[in-house]
Design a protein around this ligand. Structure first.
Ligand code: BGC
Length: 253
């Protein structure tokens, strides 16, 4: 049982699902079942808030004073959501942190979903003690990125929205896991798209390590060996729980 002062709740709001768990921050491990509900159709603020209340209720922490971190799939600056790629456009310029705090009746720590996954991997996972530049990418409904330089997170990097040269779309639309599903690609065909993406990132940033997170990272053996890069590329140790763990970790800071 984790001691009271190392426990926090992490809620990871994604374009498709909202996941949460109680996390032991001494070890970076889950101390409860992982609960999940579908992201409401249209992902309007009031519906997302209701879904967050639902996962907290399932975890039985609604009335608990336990620190709470919430991760969200958008640019977040001073508690405001400044973009909305896979959620309602009503989040753009919205005072989201305050909205959640009012609706939940408690303080939260609020940050970008990929950034918190990066924090989790930096503290408890694949980026631990890595020097130089680590780029974590989450491949899911969208592509999220976290840039970590010598243990310091550079927030809101949004490298999933890099534009593809001579194409109308960005890399997220082309190479996210949702693109694999949408276009019914097999691992080889999807890997070709990932190759373009990671080669481009490599050219722009010359990182020391790539980490691949998101639900599909549990199938890393099916696609990472197909990539040909100069930079080491590894799955997130915490797989799809990195967002939950990182959100919780920041809540306790
Ligand atoms: C959003 C990012 C987010 C990523 C993963 C992108 O569409 O712009 O903020 O981190 O999806 O959810």
């Amino acid at each position: 049982m984790a001691s009271e002062n190392t426990r926090a709740v992490g809620v990871d709001i994604g374009g498709t699902g909202i996941k949460a768990a109680i996390v032991d921050l001494a070890t970076g491990t889950l101390r409860s079942d992982r609960v999940k509900v579908a992201t409401p159709q249209g992902a309007e603020p009031k519906d997302v808030l209701a879904a967050v209340l639902q996962v907290l209720e399932k975890l039985d922490v609604l009335e608990d004073a336990i620190p709470l971190g919430v991760a969200f799939p958008a640019i977040i600056k001073s508690g405001r959501t400044l973009s909305a790629a896979n959620v309602s456009k009503n989040w753009v310029g919205f005072e989201a942190e305050k909205f959640f705090e009012d609706g939940l009746g408690r303080d939260i720590h609020f940050a970008n979903d990929a950034d918190v996954a990066g924090v989790a991997e930096m503290r408890y996972g694949a980026a631990r003690s890595v020097r130089g530049l680590t780029i974590l990418t989450t491949l899911g409904t969208g592509i999220g990125t976290a840039m970590i330089y010598n243990g310091v997170l550079i927030p809101n990097s949004e490298l999933g929205h890099l534009q593809r040269a001579e194409h109308a779309s960005d890399f997220e639309a082309y190479a996210a896991y949702s693109a694999m599903e949408r276009d019914a690609l097999d691992w080889e065909a999807w890997s070709e798209r990932l190759q373009h993406y990671y080669s481009h990132l490599e050219f722009l940033f010359t990182p020391d390590l790539f980490i691949v997170g998101g639900g599909v990272s549990k199938h890393a053996d099916s696609f990472l060996p197909l990539l040909n890069l100069n930079t080491p590329i590894v799955p997130a140790i915490h797989r799809n729980n990195a967002g939950i763990i990182g959100a919780a970790a920041l809540a306790l800071d």
